[in-house]
Design a protein around this ligand. Structure first.
Ligand SMILES: *Cc1c(COP(=O)(O)O)cnc(C)c1O
Length: 365
């Protein structure tokens, strides 16, 4: 029996994608081999990476002056690559200025890593209220090399309700947990990056969408694997790319296209999230700690109203355990924030959210 997996990542994948991968496992497209066994430079593999790139360009409406890179190292390596490529000076520690907005644990990690290579100014933070809202975004400094935000905050369950206007300063965003969840105007950004394991495919691939004028020569001390120009010049094949992951992303993108693209997916995502928030807002036992205006479509943390800490911990642990026994798995909140969290990425069917709500109602009774 398949469970409903509410994991924040690696996370649920669409069943038709897994079935197709299984069907093609031993013999991909009459080549007599699996995609895992192919040389990344072979004529058999070439159409696979080309298809993935083309579909991503089409589904996200990525303009022609942006390059798509398939890298490794996760979104976390982009916390280093962004400052290394856009702000690094002749030695570490003397980089150009960059503005960051702190909206949670991931943006905080980006800030800490960025501060090694750029002169980072944290312009706003929502830490005062446990990151349950998105702060006002101040205008960039005129001499900022870039301006960094985390569009959807996976752990605390917030998302930016509007994209800040940073003028000529390139806006950079981590979109790991919201890529392709709804339409996004790529032209407003200089760089977008996402680890694949939330909404795109298996872990191991990082997608970077970068405006061509930001692919620049870096100081010589920057490692060759951490330079965007290295990967852009070689079509993501400077070294061996995550071949199988790129193939799986292609299958997920095909699935999204068959559903009707990002508009159609966004509609389903809104329906799922609305249903869940409506339940939380009407429940006597559970609630969402996030301000309504900034609620994520993808990650929905929730807590019990129990005031006594010991009872609360016990009640939440019991909920998580009983839910898992009912086939609703990975509902524990992030280890740093506690409580519960349902991640309802593109691949989570409406029925999965309904099953969770039914279980919550039963538990509450
Ligand atoms: C999961 C996640 C990350 C970390 O991704 P890795 O691929 O594990 O490095 C970074 N940012 C956000 C917003 C995430 O959701």
């Amino acid at each position: 029996m398949r469970v409903y997996n509410f994991s924040p990542g690696p996370s649920i994948l669409p069943v038709p994608v897994l079935e197709r991968a299984a069907a093609e496992m031993l013999d991909m497209n009459s080549t007599g081999q699996s995609v895992m066994e192919m040389s990344h430079r072979s004529k058999d593999y070439k159409p696979i990476i080309e298809k993935t790139e083309l579909l991503l360009r089409e589904l996200m409406g990525i303009p022609a002056n942006y390059k798509i890179l398939f890298l490794q190292g996760g979104a976390s390596l982009q916390f280093s690559m962004v400052p290394l490529n856009l702000a690094a000076g002749e030695a570490p520690g003397i980089g150009k200025k960059a503005s960051y907005i702190d909206t949670g644990i991931w943006s905080d990690k980006a800030i800490k890593e960025g501060s090694k290579y750029a002169s980072v100014d944290v312009r706003a933070t929502s830490k005062d209220k446990a990151y349950t809202y998105i702060p006002e975004a101040p205008s960039p400094h005129a001499d900022d090399a870039y301006y960094h935000i985390t569009l959807n905050n996976t752990i605390v369950g917030t998302k930016w309700d509007k994209i800040p206007d940073t003028g000529s300063v390139p806006l950079i965003s981590d979109i790991s947990s919201c890529i392709l969840s709804e339409p996004l105007d790529v032209s407003k950004f200089g760089i977008l990056y996402a680890g694949a394991q939330k909404n795109l495919g298996p872990a191991g691939t990082t997608v970077v969408i970068i405006r061509e004028d930001l692919i620049r020569k870096t100081p010589d001390w920057v490692p060759i694997m951490l330079r965007y120009d290295t990967h852009a010049a070689e079509g993501s094949m400077y070294n061996t790319p995550p071949c199988y992951g790129i193939y799986m992303i292609g299958l997920v993108l095909e699935w999204i296209k068959n559903l009707g693209g990002t508009d159609a997916v966004a509609k389903i995502n809104q329906e799922k999230a609305q249903m869940f928030y409506d339940f939380l807002d009407s429940s006597k036992m559970f609630y969402s700690p996030v301000e309504k205006q900034f609620r994520s479509l993808m990650n929905i943390p929730f807590v019990t109203r129990e005031q006594d800490e010991a009872k609360k911990t016990e009640l939440e642990a019991r909920f998580i355990k009983e839910a898992a026994a009912a086939g609703l798995i990975n509902l524990a909140g992030h280890r740093l924030v506690g409580g519960m969290r349902a991640s309802i990425y593109n691949a989570m069917p409406v029925e999965g959210v309904k099953a969770l709500i039914d279980f919550l109602k039963k538990f509450e009774r």
